[in-house]
Design a protein around this ligand. Structure first.
Ligand SMILES: [Fe+2]
Ligand SMILES: [Fe+2]
Length: 394
């Protein structure tokens, strides 16, 4: 039966063979317009990857195909610019709750694309370690499940995904960070995921107050706890990239609880023990105390941008050499702690550059903390509210 599940409708090749690598799967999913099929394929790909049935995250011997600028979307879902979207309301009527549910399903389907896009766009180009693929395969699987349960709930309520118009601005923000993994992680996988954690409790209470306990429970029991782990993945990989750019060991401290598995890929960040031992005793790069430290870190990371990667004759990139060089200099000690301040300053700089406007309080401090997203990361990016003559302005 499972062979049937391989079916991947490839628009340009008509190929019915399963993709070979996780990145190939990601590309197929991004090219799949039907949202149910997109979620189904994503679940299949993630399950296979996490079981070890897809041996390679990407094929280092051939250049990666770029992902589409915009993922395929169903023509049955009418997309409107944000300014033309009807107001959702506050859940006080059945119509408003249906609009809220439709909007949530749309956001989740978009999140499926976003999760596979980071895998396809940056995974190979940035020679990310296997744990990166594990994390975002899990995130993608979760997002697909969220979409599936919410669209099923829409049907139970006599509607369906596509019955209402949907916000066309969601991918624009992703496009602005399509050239930088550091910016993508900061904006989409930290700021936006954390914003979801801020607003979800209010959304849940609106469904509950409106008498839709079933939707409230879906959001509260399934979606909310999993969204915490998504924000956590964003923070974890942002920190990893910063530390890697400073030649520090990426996996020993930045991916807690995950055992590095050598993929056998060049420069995949899962340094073998020999390399790490060889590096012991070598000087750890000094923490840059000057104000230019965060600029330098951003530059170092962005120097690894896909567009600048020059593949040599053996298919090994200059990035690979850079990363391996960094790993060779790494030292397995507690020096990572010293870098936290610099990582956070880098985060502030990247968010200020790529995210429009201040972050909006109030923050769900507890959920953010559970994700490892401490106030030092985001509070300086918020503009405090000021009250003038009874009016709240931001
Ligand atoms: Fe989600
Ligand atoms: Fe999420």
């Amino acid at each position: 039966m499972e062979a049937m599940d391989f079916t991947v409708a490839s628009a340009d090749t008509g190929c019915q063979e399963p993709p070979n690598t996780l990145v190939d799967w990601a590309l197929e999913i991004l090219s799949t317009a039907d949202p149910d099929e997109k979620a189904r394929l994503g679940d299949l790909a993630a399950s296979r990857w996490l079981r070890g049935d897809i041996p390679l995250p990407y094929d280092p011997s051939r250049p990666a195909r770029p992902p589409p600028d915009r993922p395929a979307r169903s023509a049955e879902v009418r997309l409107l610019p944000p300014s033309r979207m009807p107001k959702l309301g506050k859940g006080g009527s059945a119509q408003s709750r249906l609009a809220m549910l439709h909007s949530l399903a749309h956001t989740e389907s978009w999140a499926v694309d976003l999760s596979w896009d980071i895998v396809a766009r940056f995974g190979a180009a940035m020679r990310m370690p296997r744990d990166f693929f594990d994390d975002f395969a899990r995130v993608a699987q979760d997002e697909g499940r969220h979409y599936t349960v919410l669209s099923a709930r829409l049907r139970e309520l006599g509607s369906h995904y596509g019955a209402l118009p949907a916000h066309d601005g969601l991918w624009d923000s992703a496009m602005r960070t399509s050239h930088s993994l550091l910016a993508r992680l900061a904006v989409e996988h930290c700021v936006h995921e954390a914003r979801g954690l801020d607003v979800l409790p209010t959304t849940i209470s609106r469904f509950r107050a409106g008498g839709d306990e079933q939707t409230a429970r879906l959001l509260e029991d399934i979606i909310y706890p999993e969204e915490v782990t998504h924000c956590s993945a964003g923070v974890r990989w942002f920190r990893y990239l910063c530390l890697r750019s400073h030649g520090n060991h990426p996996t020993s401290c930045s991916v807690p609880g995950l055992e590095p598995r050598s993929s056998g890929l060049p420069g995949d960040g899962t340094a073998d023990g020999k390399t790490a031992r060889e590096a012991e005793g070598e000087p750890t790069p000094k923490l840059a105390k000057d104000v230019r430290g965060d600029d330098k870190m951003v530059q170092q990371v962005e120097d690894e941008l896909p567009s600048r990667i020059a593949q040599d004759a053996n298919g090994r990139s200059k990035v690979t050499e850079h990363v391996e060089d960094g790993l060779a200099k790494c030292k397995l000690d507690d020096s990572i702690e010293k870098y936290e301040e610099l990582v956070i300053r880098t985060f502030h700089r990247v968010v200020r550059e790529y995210f429009r406007g201040p972050l909006k309080p109030p923050f769900n401090t507890e959920a953010r903390k559970a994700a490892g997203f401490e106030p030092a990361w985001y509070e300086p990016l918020a503009v405090k509210e000021a009250c003038i003559e009874g009016e709240t302005i931001e």
